[in-house]
Design a protein around this ligand. Structure first.
Ligand code: FMN
Length: 184
């Protein structure tokens, strides 16, 4: 069982904080999005959407960060440059649908599930990805840039790019599963 491709992919998953300027094309990303949409989804509400940010859209996100902050001068320049750490950012948006049956938190769990599975699929396709948020993710300028509706919340961005040839190995320590799997 532990040699299955799925087990290996999940067990070796890691984030890439540094990526190269290469990015998957929209055509390459689309089938991964379709596959990620297969996560469990109570009522099949599809309570999520993604936005691609490439090129100067990343500068506009940097400007929104600065507008939402109290930073000036060098600090503002540093903040403005944060979205430039990857050539492609995929904004993850929880879009809550009106439902008497499915609570908001269940819908947010679906959106988060899509993002987790998508990072795994991106890695499986040879790309480096890292989910990032930051304190300004729910600020008004950032919300406005993404055109969020009243029933939407930004869950952050998957920073996506090429895996550097000299990247360091991942560092997450293994857990002791007995500690996490109780019995009632
Ligand atoms: C919702 C969410 C938001 C995150 N936001 C950040 C962030 O803003 N900055 C950061 O350094 N890591 C953030 N992380 C953690 C990284 O994505 C990553 O998991 C962490 O650096 C550990 O690396 P690993 O995934 O290789 O174990 C976030 C993770 C999640 C699930």
């Amino acid at each position: 069982m532990h040699s299955s491709a799925v087990f290996q992919a999940v067990n070796s998953r890691r984030s890439y904080s540094k990526v190269t300027a290469l990015a998957p094309t929209r055509a390459e990303v689309l089938p991964l999005v379709a596959a990620a949409a297969r996560v469990a989804d109570h009522g099949a509400l599809r309570p999520w959407r993604l936005l691609e940010l490439r090129g100067d859209a990343r500068d506009r996100l940097g400007a929104a960060f600065v507008a939402a902050s109290v930073c000036e001068g060098v600090e503002a320049l540093k903040l403005a440059g944060k979205p430039l750490r990857a050539p492609l950012l995929l904004a993850v948006i929880a879009s809550r649908r009106v439902s008497f049956k499915v609570a908001d938190w269940e819908q947010d769990a679906v959106a988060a599930g899509v993002a987790h599975v998508l990072t795994l699929l991106l890695e499986d396709a040879g790309w480096g990805a890292m989910w990032r948020t930051g304190p300004l993710v729910r600020s008004a300028p950032v919300r406005e840039l993404h055109g969020l509706g009243d029933d939407e919340e930004l869950l952050g961005w998957l920073y996506v790019g090429g895996v550097p040839a000299d990247c360091k190995p991942g560092v997450r320590l293994s857990i002791e599963p007995e500690e996490f799997l109780g019995v009632l």
